[in-house]
Design a protein around this ligand. Sequence first.
Ligand code: URA
Length: 437
Amino acid sequence: MVSYMNIIDIIAKKRDGKELDTEEIKYFISEYTNNKIEDYQASALIMAIYINGMSYREIKDLTMEMAYSGDVLDLSELGPNVVDKHSTGGVGDKVTIILAPLIASLGIPVAKMSGRGLGYTGGTADKMEAIPGYNTGLSESEFINSVKKIGVSLITQTLNLAPADKKIYALRDTIACTESIPLIASSIMSKKIASGANKIVLDVTCGFGAFMKNLADAKELSKTMIEIGKLAKRETICVITNMNQPLGYAVGNSLEVIEAIEFLKGNMPDDVKDVVLELGAYMVKLAGKGEDIEENKKILLENIKNGKAYTKFLELVQNQGGDIEYVKNTEKFEKPKIIKEVLANKEGYVQEINAEEIGKLSGNLGAGRKNKDDKIDLSVGLVLNSKIGDFVKPGDRIATIYANSLEKAEEAEKDLLNIYVIGTEKILEDTIIDIIK
Ligand code: URA
């Protein structure tokens, strides 16, 4: 590393719209990870990247430096193809909870590290912790041994993987730099590379409740992550999915786990089913277990119907210390003090349920964190009893609020009546928007 390199020159270069070279990116990541660059200087550089963008070469350098800023798992003992999936974030997204045991039930190893919720989006690790006793904090050897023993493990980012991403992601969240293609692409791909996968399926969400609000940006983000994948020799496929309204009916930690468990028992909301089968079919393909996507979907569906995926979920929960009685009987999950029905006040078709607004509403009820160390209330959230395309009449229940404060429940009811847009025309939206390879 060149000794005279300094962060001020690097900030100035990116501020002026120039391309950073490999050594400069390496310097920034290693010095920032080791706390030798201040947060305010890192913020300035991140903001300059947000405004001026990065070339593919810069994004790839940034990704690889972040990926190797900590430990990199070697999962090669699990087989030649280790497939991972990741979502760019959404509301009501319980897909990982379903896919992990479903894919594992086909004999394909699943070693999945999931994040926590921040802002208005939820996190799989928080949701799994709604099952009493479930331990998301396994060590590296416990994690790998679990996958060897039962074929699946689902943990959170407790290991020292991509620590540079952890720091930069937390910083971005406080300086309005979340919605940036180079920053999202490097954040996700660095984590995937550090987690040891060589095949990656990405759910690139698009719409009100996603970081990518329009299709052009979702495609560009997909292309960028696929390019990085190529350069890093990780085959990557992106499925662009609709996140205008929340996915499924439930939003909130226990409520989403219950919906995921019900799915594994065969009660599948259409939109969740579409996303699970599409992503799952590509995971099976990348694992080398089936070339035909439609055939793969049938095989996945079969393992829901014959109970194999559900049985694998019981094994997963038991293996990580969770109480499987909650899985067998979801009535056991703790309910909040207030369960309030929201009734439609006009007739027509539901045309819009803004997922970002729903995510914020659920967060306000206590399901999400405002700061990363906040404690969350696992029992609160909401169930959307009507979704886009449904016809409702005054007095029909459109949603149910789960709250621990009457004041918050009443506020949520008022907000929901505004968030639900009801009109005369029936609108139908596709769940799977595009596949980018
Ligand atoms: N998910 C991530 O892991 N990183 C981002 O930047 C956005 C979504």
